[in-house]
Design a protein around this ligand. Structure first.
Ligand code: NAD
Length: 259
């Protein structure tokens, strides 16, 4: 830096979301919690959403400990009317939304022939319709703030997986929402991208037994399972200065699993 340049205030580059509102779904644990905490470290005001608001208490406490304002909200992301109400409350109580992270998701695995209609519908309702519910409800706010949307999909939405036709279909659909919304919202200055994690250590993957986990690691070129924080860092990039000219894309965070 030359001596004629004015030095930015200390820490300002790190806090690029200062006072901007970030809404993260599925923020009570796992990847969503790691994302909320990372965005809190960037100075964002957090709206942490899970099925029940009280489930987000620990996340909210961690965000506050990082010096951020944080609030907990409860909703079933699959409930269109309830999501519209919730997004309205967030805007009234916290402020206009700048970052929307659609992370809430579930699995109900079963082989194709054994999967019943309810298991198919519920996974699609939560993972796919839940994403649409929030994108639609928050779109006006994001257009005003020229904000960013990150949808958490999965490598399974690209590769497919045995026992996961419902999950793979829902996550492939998330790419469709991402690219279409990116095209629709680009003229209004909103960037919309997807993250596709591979195997990440969370409660969702905790049921995999030790032998299967070992076998899995052998298939991952980087030879290890990823962490929620590593996914959060990818979100951090897309909602930060680095993501300003990126839209409609998928950032794969899988240790090379899908190559
Ligand atoms: P997790 O099961 O640990 O957490 C899921 C979160 O979603 C929780 O906060 C839960 O309350 C919330 N949630 C679930 N159903 C909801 C509903 N109907 N309404 C509101 N909130 C709801 O899962 P995770 O491993 O942290 O996964 C987070 C996201 O990442 C999911 O979309 C998942 O599909 C995706 N993903 C995870 C992995 C992995 O290996 N863990 C890999 C690829 C993609």
């Amino acid at each position: 830096m030359s001596d004629t340049e004015i030095e930015p205030p200390a820490g300002s580059a790190e806090r690029f979301l200062a006072d901007r509102v970030a809404l993260v779904t599925g923020a009570s644990r796992g990847i969503g919690r790691a994302i909320a905490e990372r965005l809190a470290a960037r100075g964002a005001k957090l709206a942490c959403v899970a099925t029940r608001a009280e489930n987000c208490e620990e996340t909210v406490a961690a965000c506050r400990a990082a010096g951020a304002e944080a609030h907990a909200f409860g909703v079933d992301v699959a409930d269109t009317a309830a999501v519209a109400e919730l997004v309205k409350s967030v805007q009234e109580e916290v402020g206009p939304i700048y970052v929307l992270v659609n992370n809430a998701g579930i699995t109900r695995d079963q082989l194709l022939l054994r999967m019943d209609e309810e298991d198919f519908d519920r996974v699609v309702d939560v993972n796919l319709k839940g994403t649409w519910n929030f994108v639609r409800a928050a779109a006006r706010s994001l257009m005003k703030s020229h904000g960013r949307i990150v949808n958490v999909s999965s490598v399974v939405g690209i590769t497919g997986n045995v026992g996961q036709v419902n999950y793979a279909a829902s996550k492939a659909g998330v790419f469709g929402i991402t690219r279409s919304a990116a095209k629709e919202l680009a003229p209004r200055g909103v960037c919309v991208n997807a993250i596709a994690p591979g195997y990440i250590e969370t409660d969702m993957t905790a049921e995999i037994d030790e032998a299967a986990a070992k076998e899995l690691k052998n298939h991952i070129p980087l030879k290890r399972i990823g962490t929620a924080e590593e996914v959060a860092l990818a979100v951090d990039y897309l909602v930060g200065p680095g993501g300003a000219y990126i839209t409609g894309q998928t950032l794969v965070v899988d240790g090379g699993l899908s190559i």
